[in-house]
Design a protein around this ligand. Sequence first.
Ligand SMILES: NC(=O)c1ccc[n+]([C@@H]2O[C@H](COP(=O)([O-])OP(=O)(O)OC[C@H]3O[C@@H](n4cnc5c(N)ncnc54)[C@H](O)[C@@H]3O)[C@@H](O)[C@H]2O)c1
Length: 311
Amino acid sequence: MKKRVLVTGSLGFIGSYFVELLLKKGYYVINIDKMTYAARKDLDFNKYQNYEFIEEDIVKLKHLPPNIDYLVNFAAESHVDNAILSNGVFFESNVYGVYNLLELLRGKDPADVPIFIHISTDEVYGDIFSDSHKETDMLKPSNPYAATKSAAEQLIFAWGRTYGIKYKICRSSNNYGYGQYPEKLIPKTILYTFENKKMTIHGNGSARREWTYVSDNVEGIYLVMEKGVAGEIYNISSNEEYSVLEIVKMILKEMGKPEDFYVFVEDRPGQDIRYSIDSSKMKNLGWRPEMTLKQYLSEYIKLSKENFNKK
Ligand SMILES: NC(=O)c1ccc[n+]([C@@H]2O[C@H](COP(=O)([O-])OP(=O)(O)OC[C@H]3O[C@@H](n4cnc5c(N)ncnc54)[C@H](O)[C@@H]3O)[C@@H](O)[C@H]2O)c1
């Protein structure tokens, strides 16, 4: 019998790709999403028979459905700039929401407790100037978003050790792909360029990030869910690294704009200089990223243009 998976934050950017993957593989999927501004409105999973949707906040959720094999938690406030301006909702969803899920797991009949797969981020490590963070490295978050993601992990470790909750944690690098809310670097640059507005770049654009294609990331999360070891953490990154300025220039070039069609604005307070994570553990599980940003960009712009023209 195919497994039953409860996915939270399932209408967000990464969660939606994950749900699509599970539905296509024939899993029974129960989606929970609060439908914040970031939830995708362009999806119709209801066409699948093996799908159920519950509109709910993970902070307020009172029960977990019975007979689920995995609970995969994508639900979070995810944008660093928003967290810098107003961090309360980040604490609510990213920390208290995880606390509530852990307590609901703890309250279940021991014979019916699913494995908790938690989606975290490379931001929990803070920055690194050379080399790459390993899963065993200390967590040293620099901004309020990263701090809430790190705090959630600390709760999971403690609930695992004290109450025996079985968990696996995925720490992913920045993702890219169609469907991401246009507050994030790549879709925002594409949107601004369509609107003939100059993209704004924090500081001098030298902050460096690693970029993983969203479908590669969700294949990795799926592998961790099915083959990963309980109690383990997995870094997931294609290790394709660019500065913010390099990304913006790459997009401008692809869209036929002058390569200086941007404006520098004040840097993010707490800006991390560089993130990099070592994904050897994922490679040992058999994971290989298949896409690169350079390969995908023209398709991304084409899809975004079709969507832009519909408005
Ligand atoms: N986007 C990235 O590049 C990236 C990188 C590493 C890790 N992550 C992590 O992956 C996860 C998903 O990120 P994303 O980019 O898809 O986020 P997103 O902002 O696109 O989507 C988040 C989804 O969660 C839902 N949500 C938010 N708070 C909720 C709550 N309290 N209860 C129920 N649903 C809630 C929203 O409605 C939305 O559908 C997050 O946990 C994020 O920290 C993201």
